[in-house]
Write a protein that binds this ligand. Sequence first.
Ligand code: ADP
Length: 141
Amino acid sequence: MKTIETTLILVKPDAVAEGLTGQVLHRLESNGLKILNCRMLRLNAALLQEHYAHLSHLPFFPEIEKFMSSGPVVAVALSGENAIARVRDLLGPTDSTKAPKGTIRGDLGKDKMHNVLHASDSPETAQAELRRFFGSTEPKV
Ligand code: ADP
């Protein structure tokens, strides 16, 4: 079934620093996803705790915090048909070394942690993350 959805991506700090933001957005826009809103920001400890609460018990959580706060991220709200699953498909699995070629992580990612983008993984997380970064689930400018 076709449903128009809005999802949230974060271009991770290393990808922003390496100048990959344009390439990543080009891939997503070429697949019919529309940019509704975007902003560049630095993730602070409170935002990271909230955003990665599902990982906060894991031994590598401090490394994730360090990495994700090492420079600015680019947060983008994207809308389109089945946008949540479609962006995850275009992104590929968490571990970049196992992501197929042709996916964003397979082509541009480095490893499990340095995997180019965060993307919402369900309608519930998309709503929470859009509110977290844009204050609204339909953050039109
Ligand atoms: P995803 O980003 O694919 O939804 P998770 O929500 O499981 O994956 O993890 C969030 C982020 O934490 C990952 O994108 C990655 O940057 C980091 N991460 C997850 N698992 C590992 C791991 N085993 N080792 C290092 N970093 C990890």
